[in-house]
Write a new protein. Structure first.
Length: 191
């Protein structure tokens, strides 16, 4: 076969001719994608819902409340002063009961009903206007020797029972407990 017949045969089969001028190759034909309005509408709705959710979350987190905090240790029964209390701005859950800064003057001068630690929020139930020593009770400080102190740690406000122990060699065993208060022969016993 001659070269001319060969190139004509190749051109008839759709093969480019190797000899001679190069034939441009056309790019493959891409069909246009069909637009689906339902998918587009669903995508836009999901984007809008996500944006609304973020907006609601930011609004809730951004709502801060000024509350009263404890800045130094306060023992049970101690009267609260302004130096014992501080202020903080927090996002407060409605279930948490805390004294608001606007009510600060209502808690100053009250007594601590429980031991208060620095860094904690002050709750209304942690303060009282009543004295912790009730009618018929008396608060009496007693000096004790180290061997007379109970093994368990006593905290302010804890109820204890005073037991009269006669001094060794004492003949009068019917002394009242009041005579032993403050003496070295008394001891504490926790209930």
């Amino acid at each position: 076969m001659s070269k001319t017949k060969e190139s004509t045969a190749m051109a008839d089969r759709g093969l480019p001719q190797q000899i001679g001028a190069a034939v441009p190759v056309s790019p493959p034909r891409v069909s246009a994608r069909r637009r689906r309005p339902g998918v587009i509408a669903l995508s836009l709705a999901l984007i809008a819902a996500g944006g609304a959710g973020v907006a609601v979350l930011l609004l809730q987190v951004g709502h801060r409340t000024e509350v009263v905090t404890v800045v130094r240790d306060v023992q049970v029964g101690q009267v609260l002063t302004e130096q014992d209390l501080g202020k903080a701005s927090i996002a407060l859950d409605p279930a948490v009961k805390a004294v608001r800064v606007s009510d600060l003057d209502q808690v100053v001068g009250k007594r601590a009903a429980v031991e208060l630690r620095p860094g904690s929020l002050l709750a209304p139930s942690q303060v009282t206007k009543d004295s912790l020593v009730k009618a018929g009770e008396q608060l009496v400080p007693i000096g004790l020797k180290p061997e007379q102190i109970p093994a368990t740690v006593l905290v302010p406000g804890q109820r204890v029972q005073l037991v009269h122990v006669p001094v060794q060699g004492a003949i009068d065993a019917d002394k009242t407990p009041h005579a032993a208060i403050g003496s070295s022969s008394s001891c504490w016993r926790c209930p």
